[in-house]
Design a protein around this ligand. Structure first.
Ligand code: ZN
Ligand code: ZN
Length: 164
């Protein structure tokens, strides 16, 4: 797949190639709080398959770069909030990268995968969530009772073995 997307204010654009490693809905309380709904929809990609551009970065108006710490630090439109490992299901820190112009979450780069995996929200894509439909549902134990879930997914009480 090759997809293009942007945040609400369009200061940040993303570009993705290759297939998602996983695409899933997560109902954990952190995701519910952050997404403002019953779950967060995400897709994990190999880091080399995902790039972003920051319109406000001098000289980078049309330059896509990878989600490395170096590029993130130099991007005026992106702010990173790190969920400490003591508060995540995996026990590893989870840096959440968001646009400070409009508040959209752009990516999560879980410490567990050493920067090799970038998790993004397919809702940002021009094609929307249909570009990477969820195949799994995580933390179904926290799914609100009035939500019936998604068609054709594998469900997990918490997270699949080895994931997270
Ligand atoms: Zn924005
Ligand atoms: Zn979650």
């Amino acid at each position: 797949m090759a997809e293009h997307g942007h945040c609400l204010c369009k200061n940040i654009e993303i570009s993705v190639s290759g297939q998602p490693l996983r695409a899933f809905l997560c109902y954990c309380p952190d995701c519910q709080r952050s997404a403002g709904g019953p779950c967060q929809a995400v897709a994990a990609f190999k880091a080399e398959d995902v790039t972003f551009l920051d319109r406000r970065r001098p000289g980078h108006a049309d330059k896509f770069v990878p989600f490395t710490n170096l590029e993130l630090n130099d991007s005026p439109s992106l702010t990173t909030y790190v969920i400490p490992g003591s508060e995540t299901a995996s026990g590893q820190a989870k840096p959440k990268v968001f646009c400070n112009g409009c508040g959209c979450t752009i990516a999560t780069v879980p410490a567990k995968w050493g920067g090799k995996v970038v998790v993004i929200r397919p809702n940002l894509f021009d094609q929307g969530l249909s570009a990477a439909p969820p195949k799994e549902e995580w933390f179904v134990k926290d799914r609100p009772s009035f939500v019936f879930g998604c068609m054709g997914t594998k469900v997990y009480d918490e997270i699949p073995d080895g994931a997270g």
